[in-house]
Design a protein around this ligand. Structure first.
Ligand code: FAD
Length: 329
């Protein structure tokens, strides 16, 4: 990558928290950025499923903040109303016993929905949705992007940032840079089966959310316990190991297993209206975090949770730090 004076146009692939953060930081430095996202809207795995009757956060459930720069960003989101602190009554189920959680973590959620934060971060960006980037080619020092829905993107880019999960990055990288493709291939991402259950009445339980250990379910949470939400919608996550081992189950079979587990935990699911979602790449990443990857020789950057310890904060920091590195080139 040559000096920043010659970086006129950057394409960011992926509008999750990492891609949006990277794009905003670059744009704040006066660089022209286009974001391409395969889904219908921004936010990636910080997502909310909405129907006529209910809505539920079905990806990330909350986030924590430890890094000073991330804490500062979170405070600004609290001030503009897109984030709030969530104080759930939290339990832990382990060895067939329920107990109070001892966790002192401060937990944050997007408001009024988890994807509200991504929508806010995307506001001032040039973002194109339902654009799946299927191929990247570098010719005469410029990137040409191909897109499944619209063939070739006419704009040429000096730099491309891949802000997408490792397996999806690997597919785009394999003919471009074998070292980066190998790094992406070595990331271990695991699936997550997610159940959204709408109960016709409030459940008779004395907690808002619970970590479930040593079962096929690992998390259960009443969506209505979070700030600015209502209703008796519960989100239930399968454990990473069980979800990965059973990633190819049909939705019906995955639901049967999870309902059985919930019933054993004391939930009567008979009247519940249930929807299932399979996250193929939900969590995990590189064993040794590298933060982000910058390949100046070919004008390529990679960011995302899988490069930086997983989770929302890791994704934000990865996008933020990649933007800083690109600005300095
Ligand atoms: P993503 O959010 O995955 O964004 C990548 C984007 O790229 C997506 O929008 C995708 O559609 C798009 N994309 C992919 N390929 C292409 C392509 N070829 N062209 C165009 N666009 C493409 N984290 C926490 O901190 N706390 C939690 O409680 C928590 N719970 C979780 C529960 C579940 C079920 C899941 C799935 C995740 C959870 N996480 C949690 C993890 C957290 O959601 C992620 O770490 C974070 O959102 C990742 O952000 P990202 O920008 O790296 O990736």
């Amino acid at each position: 990558m040559s000096s920043s004076k010659t970086i006129n146009k950057i394409a960011v692939i992926g509008a999750g928290i990492a891609g949006l953060t990277c794009a905003r930081e670059l744009q704040s430095h006066g660089i022209s950025v286009d974001v391409f996202e395969k889904s219908r809207g921004p936010s990636g795995r910080m997502s909310t499923r909405r129907t006529q009757d209910w809505s539920a956060d079905h990806g990330a459930q909350y986030f924590t903040a430890r890094d000073a720069r991330f804490i500062e960003a979170v405070q600004s989101w609290i001030q503009n109303g897109t984030t709030a602190i969530w104080k759930p009554k939290l339990k832990v189920y382990e060895a067939k016993t329920w107990c109070e959680s001892q966790s002192q973590d401060i937990r944050y959620v997007g408001t009024p929905h988890m994807n509200s934060l991504g929508k806010h971060l995307a506001e001032d960006l040039s973002a194109q949705y339902e654009k799946t980037i299927s191929k990247l080619e570098r010719m005469d020092g410029k990137w040409h992007l191909q897109c499944s829905e619209a063939n070739e993107i006419s704009t040429l880019y000096d730099v491309v940032v891949l802000a997408i999960p490792a397996p999806q990055a690997s597919a785009l990288l394999k003919d471009l840079d074998s070292r980066a493709a190998d790094i992406a291939d070595s990331a271990q991402m695991k699936a997550c089966w997610t159940m959204m259950a709408n109960f016709p009445h409030q459940l008779n339980v004395d907690f808002d959310a619970a970590f479930i250990n040593q079962e096929i379910i690992s998390w259960i949470c009443q969506n209505g316990s979070k700030p600015m939400r209502q209703g008796s919608m519960w989100t239930i996550h399968g454990s990473p190991n069980w979800s990965q081992e059973n990633v190819e189950l049909s939705k019906e079979d995955a639901q049967d297993h999870m309902v059985q587990c919930l019933t054993a935990l004391g939930f009567n699911c008979e009247d519940a209206d249930i929807s299932m979602h399979r996250w193929r790449y939900a969590s995990g990443g590189l064993e040794n975090s590298v933060g982000f990857l910058s390949l100046p020789n070919i004008g390529l950057g990679l960011c995302g949770d899988w490069l930086n310890g997983g989770r929302v904060e890791g994704a934000w920091l990865s996008g933020f730090n990649l933007a800083l590195a690109l600005k300095q080139i």
